[in-house]
Design a protein around this ligand. Structure first.
Ligand code: SF4
Length: 193
């Protein structure tokens, strides 16, 4: 027999109440189950990457840090000591573990060549080389020294830069310095961490 979502919650609530009526309280067991899940883990404080609220999270990893061991993220929860969220997380932040441990997560740079209908994996060295060459080529081709009225403007309108939501203020400082030195004026980032 299928259960609707509403029936599922009703059964769950009644089940919990039955446990109370029968003389036992399931909450210590549930609390202990959570403790067992994060027993022996390493706690790392971080910031949820999704939106500009920037809630604090604690990432629990298993692994003894030996060279031949890959640590595994087993649980992510809100940081109760963080001044922004005090341990709470919205549904997106609560699902962070599935974002980290996910076989569809991209771990290498990819490129889609002009005219191609698919993305291909490339190495980090190739990606950095290609980006460097294209930035130089685009800047050389689109740099504007003077506007039509003869004012010196020294700007590059062929490149735009947008930062990610987990970039630190220090990273954004370096981005602004390097992009401005190229003359880039279409520049946006999310300074928050
Ligand atoms: S937990 Fe939710 S509100 Fe907090 S930073 Fe992440 S996405 Fe934003």
């Amino acid at each position: 027999m299928g259960l609707t979502r509403r029936e599922f919650f009703r059964v769950g609530t009644v089940g919990g109440a039955s446990a109370m009526l029968l003389g036992f309280d399931a909450s210590p067991v549930l609390a202990q189950a959570k403790e067992l899940k994060i027993a022996r883990t390493t706690e790392t404080r971080s910031t949820c990457p999704y939106c500009s609220v920037s809630c604090g999270v604690i990432i629990h990893t298993l692994g003894d840090k030996a060279k031949n061991v890959t640590t595994q993220v087993v649980h992510v929860e809100g940081d109760p000591d963080h001044p922004i969220n005090r341990g709470t997380l919205c549904p997106k932040g609560s699902s962070l573990q599935q974002d980290i441990v996910n076989d569809r997560r991209l771990l290498k740079p990819q490129v889609r060549r002009p005219g191609s209908d698919h993305w291909e994996d490339i190495s980090w060295d190739t990606a950095i080389d290609e980006i460097g060459h294209l930035v130089k080529k685009t800047r050389d081709e689109t740099f504007i020294e003077k506007d039509p009225q003869g004012h010196t403007v020294n700007r590059c309108e062929g490149i735009a830069f947008t930062g990610g939501c987990t970039d630190t203020n220090e990273f954004n400082y370096l981005v602004v310095k390097s992009m401005r030195s190229l003359g880039v004026c279409y520049l946006e980032n999310q300074a928050r961490v």
